[in-house]
Design a protein around this ligand. Sequence first.
Ligand SMILES: Cc1cc2nc3c(=O)[nH]c(=O)nc-3n(C[C@H](O)[C@H](O)[C@H](O)COP(=O)(O)O)c2cc1C
Length: 371
Amino acid sequence: MGFGKKMPKLRIGDLEADIPIVQGGMGVGISLSSLAAAVASEGGIGVIAAVAIGMLEPNFNKNFGEANKRALRREIVKARQMTGGIIGVNIMVALTDYFDLLQIAVEEGADVVFIGAGLPLMVPETLLADGLGKVRTKVVPIVSSARAAKVIFQYWKKHFGRVPDAVVVEGPLAGGHLGFKKEQINNPDYGLEKILPEVISEVKPYEQNSNVSIPVIAAGGVFTGADIYRFIQLGAQGVQMATRFVTTHECDASIEFKEAYVRCRKEDLTIIDSPVGLPGRAIQNRFLKDVSLGKKMPYECHWHCLKTCDFESSPYCICVALTNAKKGNLGKGFAFAGANAYRVDSIISVRELINTLSREYEEAAIAGAYS
Ligand SMILES: Cc1cc2nc3c(=O)[nH]c(=O)nc-3n(C[C@H](O)[C@H](O)[C@H](O)COP(=O)(O)O)c2cc1C
């Protein structure tokens, strides 16, 4: 028994993760070096979220750009000191310092960058240089439709003569900002089970033409090892999971943030209109209720961190709100969370979580083989 029933490895180019689990990047400050290193040490891909990472620096207001770069550099170095495993960085295209942060990730030798919240059409030359292996950072866009994958692949092939190293396809059950219109979120036509095969079909011809493997990684609502098995059966080569990693000891969020997950009920998970101009999934609380009733939390925008943020009319600063929540001050902020956050009931170690997922995967695989 046991033949072929274990979780498969995930290969992205010459990178090989022992288990097919990417820990989704979580800003602001929810996935930093501690969580990323713990996941990497268990054989997965640990990911540091770059968005507004400098908010956690003293005097970040004096020079936000420098604070972001300094903090990202430090977290990558720290993660490297903690593990020999695979470390990635999550960067949003919508960030005004998108290029600067990519540059830091490459300079510090991140194994992979995951690029979300927008179409990563422009990427720095340094990231695309390969062949002689000078730059080995893999580039993985996060998309929510086959159309987005098509645009990126066509553009890269035409302009850079190469395609991304892998793709994450994120469905509407994810936490944080969502790449869907509000009315699409509960429409099964946009469900992960639907869009995953569509993205795989889009990527296939590029795999065949360039004779390389381009893994497609499924994200959004993956909760158990049986879910991992299901998406791998549907053609994914791995999964990206975020919500489950929040309630681990190693997660970089405050205990109050983690407890908000443990306490929340299904009906507390709500869709908000984020100042960034996208819908987002979060845990309902007094702060969000006040916002929905029209209350304004005045602030000065020193930096304009997100290109799409309507900072002049927004009732609050999303980076300040998320940083407050990260630190445990949920009265002045809120927690982003995936649709399955209500299912977590305790805080455990990353190792316990991975062991549980592996066991559940094997059980599902054995049941699948005999069904
Ligand atoms: C608290 C939180 C913060 C997040 N922040 C980011 C982010 O900064 N960048 C990003 O691309 N995705 C972000 N996400 C999305 C996750 O990386 C992930 O793809 C998604 O939540 C997967 O679904 P799951 O949470 O159901 O596992 C965030 C999700 C959560 C729960």
